[in-house]
Design a protein around this ligand. Structure first.
Ligand SMILES: *Cc1c(COP(=O)(O)O)cnc(C)c1O
Length: 346
């Protein structure tokens, strides 16, 4: 995928595919020395017809605005503090996070690991993979390994193979999750060779990252079909983004579109308080109102867990609009359409 996944980084190239306004051009020049730009041709084409995608993709001067820069932290989730061996974060007893690269073909302006962009790109080494496999082998309570990045599907295939086939051999590992935006930003890159490897690796699930219904294209549908064809289930993690998807209407359309391509909405993350990203953050109160509205409109099968990831490294907390409380010896509930009813606690 490293093979052949062409990206566009320079302003002149961008403008050939997506003509920019004066303001966008100015922002591009001012912001990219601090936070670089990258996109696939495919995703630039979507940006051409989608305002929301355009805003997720193009630099904005807000990123370097002093007010935005003074809020949030570089690594609020303390991923680096909780590293047990290089590139592996072990926070929950039964699952670990492995950051395999900081390379992504599309750099999302709201990226929670934006801090890494300035350090140049790294790709996990064979030696690091072997140390991680050792750690997971020794820690038999780890049954779920999250492989994230950057985008792990940009790793050289032999490197990804070393990791996945290594994990396949560890019997205590039951689930391997690949966190990737490739189905969203470069669906054509889900090719035969990759699918063959994922099939061979066996335990693989994909968690992808659609944020807006306009990203759910026919090509994306084909890419996830490919994954299903080799037995890989696909779940989705969305980030709640101000001005992009922070309305019940947009999220309803997104989750319905995902259901149509059989992708299960798993998480709706509240925007992490990351430096350079705060202009995308909306309030938790608003997030809860939106989720409450979604429960009126959609089956829970189409509704992800709305969650905050605790700044300070406390892990994720799913949030639910309050629909019940205990009153003395009985529980009081509120139905989807706002009526109250009671049940005794027996
Ligand atoms: C998100 C995350 C996980 C996985 O959490 P789930 O709630 O199971 O999806 C595991 N480890 C770390 C460090 C994480 O940030």
């Amino acid at each position: 995928m490293e093979s052949g996944l062409k990206v566009v980084r320079e302003l002149e190239e961008v403008e050939k595919l997506l003509p920019l306004s004066k303001e966008e051009e100015k922002a591009f020049k001012e912001v990219t020395p601090v936070y670089p730009f990258s996109s696939t041709v495919y995703y630039l084409k979507i940006a051409k017809r989608s305002k929301a995608v355009r805003r997720m993709l193009l630099p904005s001067t807000k990123e370097i605005d002093p007010a935005i820069q003074s809020a949030g932290e570089e690594d609020p989730l303390r991923e680096e503090r909780d590293e047990k061996v290089p590139r592996l974060t072990h926070r929950y007893p039964d699952r670990v996070l492995v950051v395999t690269t900081n390379y992504c073909p599309v750099l999302c302006r709201f990226c929670m690991r934006k801090r890494n962009w300035r350090r140049g790109f790294f790709v996990i080494t064979e030696n690091e993979i072997d140390r991680i496999l050792d750690y997971v082998r020794r820690n038999t309570r780890v049954r779920d390994v999250l492989i994230s990045g950057g985008d792990p599907l940009t790793l050289p295939l032999d490197r990804l193979e070393r990791l996945l086939l290594g994990l396949k051999k560890i019997e205590t590992v039951e689930v391997v999750r690949l966190g990737t935006r490739i189905p969203v930003v470069a669906p054509q890159a889900i090719d035969e060779d990759l699918l063959k490897l994922l099939e061979k690796a066996g335990k693989v699930w994909v968690n992808t990252h659609f944020n807006h219904p306009e990203e759910v294209t026919e090509e994306a549908g084909e890419a996830v079909k490919g994954l299903f064809s080799v037995g890989v289930p696909v779940n989705n993690q969305t980030v709640l983004l101000k001005g992009i998807n922070d309305s019940a209407d947009t999220l309803e359309r997104l989750f319905r579109s995902l259901q149509k391509i059989k992708v299960r909405p798993y998480y709706l993350f509240h925007c992490d308080p990351v430096r350079g990203v705060m202009h995308f953050s909306t309030t938790i109160t608003k997030g809860l109102e939106i989720v409450e509205e979604l429960f009126k409109r959609l089956s829970p099968m189409a509704i992800p867990y709305y969650a905050v990831d605790g700044p300070g490294g406390f892990g994720k907390v799913p949030l639910m609009p309050k629909r019940f409380e205990k009153e003395g010896e009985v529980y009081k509930f509120r139905s989807f359409d706002g009526r109250e009813f009671y049940m005794e606690d027996r």
